[in-house]
Design a protein around this ligand. Sequence first.
Ligand code: SDX
Length: 437
Amino acid sequence: MPETGKIIVGGREYEYPVMVGTEAEKAIDVRQFRKDSGYICFDEGFGNTGSCESAITFIDGEKGILRYRGYPIEELAQHSNFIESAYLIIYGELPTEQQLARFRGLILGNASIHQSMFHMFESFPPTAHPMAILSAMLNSLGCYYPEMASNNRQQDLEHFDRSATILLSKVRTLAAMSYRARHGRPFNHPRGQLPYCANFLHMMFTEPYSDFIARWEVDRALNLFLLLHADHEQNCSTSTVRMVASGGANLFASVAAGVCALWGPAHGGANVAVVKMLQRIHDEGDDGTRFIEAARSGDKGKRLYGFGHRVYRNYDPRAKILREAAMAVLSSLGRSDPLLDIAMKLEEVTLKDEYFIERKLYPNVDFYSGIILRAIGIPDDMFTVMFAMGRMPGWIAQWREIASDPKSKIHRPRQIYTGSGLRSYVPMEQRGEAASV
Ligand code: SDX
């Protein structure tokens, strides 16, 4: 007998089917509840609400499990690379040699941008944040491909393979150009023969007098960074991509919205906040004790960045891999970073601290990722742009999943209204002194 869930409210009993996922996750299907009862369910922040069924990524927050299309992140980190994992996330299977060669070829062949986009960078002030630039440029990119950014779902899906590789390839070019423009440096054109990460680093750091050739260790570290960020089920920015897609908007507009959602310090902006926090600890000659004390106060403004997670109540499996990768890339470059030592000390102390243990607060993906980017030479105001580059395959796959679902509906949450009750319009002369609003 299939399991059901009952809600007893207003003197009546309502019974609904229980949905069961591949890994036995369960949900009560309350899609009929409002129609049946007049009640809605309230779940601010959607922490206990499933917004969709998805076959892309599985997370078990209690056990610290993360899998892309069923493959454990640890195995992909060890054996795969960003482009192969991007194919897996988007198309659902590991590619054959031919499929991977074709995918790589489309990405290599789509790295340049239209000449007229170069001038768009001149319209931003030098202080413009790279995430603002990236979101604007990704949305503008769709204007150059009206046939695949038509907002006619069928038509946009017909061009999906091409729009996916255009975005995967050009997000790199746009990111590097935003860096070059803000630093007054000449743009570097992509080099056809360079692989994904090496091409990006070339576009970022090659100077008229010297080509930037990425060392193998640096290329490997960046590949791993991007792979580990490639998807993470229904987080804030991915849910935004699906929200925008649910209205029928094209892939370019949807990922541009995802960039904006990722920007905040509670989400993708945390990697910068972590490095700034570690730098402050270092500059103040503190060993982190003061920051841990302040974080224990519960004051939201004093939280330890890079700690805690809405889903993981265990160690974020990506953080473990990133910590090892940070140590490896620094030692391969024969360098050390005092911020890594401080980060590891913070981790060691918090893992034994009651406040963090009780709340199951562990390092998350952002805690060590900034250290790797620093070692590679990426400036910290580009860190969240790197996160967006890594998350692009996930956003693309999630857009395709909702766009190709004939049953998908426009996302439209409800609310509990707490404003004024019914009142009539008051003419100006009767309004008296304006209350301070
Ligand atoms: C990402 O969703 C995803 O998958 C996101 C992501 C992805 O790949 O897309 O994994 C990427 O966004 C990772 C998270 C990066 N953000 C940060 O590192 C910012 C610092 N972390 C916190 O802001 C917080 O932990 C969140 C936002 C990540 C999660 O917040 P929750 O689940 O809403 O936690 P909460 O606010 O309910 O807090 C529960 C308790 C509270 O204490 P009490 O009120 O119970 O006493 O834990 C405390 C919080 O005060 N707490 C922290 C803390 N995070 C939560 N206390 C100190 N330091 C922290 N970092």
